[in-house]
Design a protein around this ligand. Structure first.
Ligand code: 5GP
Ligand code: ZN
Length: 115
């Protein structure tokens, strides 16, 4: 738990969020400002500021994020239409919360390349 971290506070239950899934490695919540009909955040329990801070020690957790993302996509019926798992690393890429997280987005047509 890192003081003054929004996602640590959510994981700790100090700030409310709609929790969809949780296990020993991560918590999945609804995004407060959804950018698609389905927009969820997969948040590791460990406070890691950005993707730049990942090490080999995080290998299992990062792999697990994608396994859970695929399960949630199936659960919400967006696996066949297609979905995105997105990580914004640093301000230039759109990161606004400094606790590593992965967006799961689906339920609408997506375009490539992203803006
Ligand atoms: P980033 O821009 O860092 O990649 O993504 C941060 C995400 O967190 C944004 O999609 C934003 O809508 C979401 N967010 C910001 N504050 C809150 C909050 O208090 N609760 C929830 N559930 N999501 C939040
Ligand atoms: Zn944190």
């Amino acid at each position: 738990m890192e003081n003054n971290c929004l996602f640590c506070s959510i994981i700790d239950g100090k700030i409310p969020a709609k929790i969809l899934y949780e296990d020993e490695l991560l918590v999945a919540i609804e995004d407060i400002a959804p950018q698609a009909p389905h927009h969820y955040l997969l948040i590791p329990r460990e406070h890691i500021a950005t993707t730049n801070d990942l090490t080999e020690a995080h290998r299992e957790m990062v792999g697990h994020v994608f396994v859970v993302a695929a399960k949630l996509a199936k659960q919400f019926g967006i696996d066949e239409q297609g979905f995105r798992v997105v990580n914004n690393c640093m301000e230039g890429a759109g990161q606004t919360v400094w606790h590593l997280h992965f967006h799961l987005l689906g339920g609408r047509t997506m375009h490539w390349p992203p803006g």
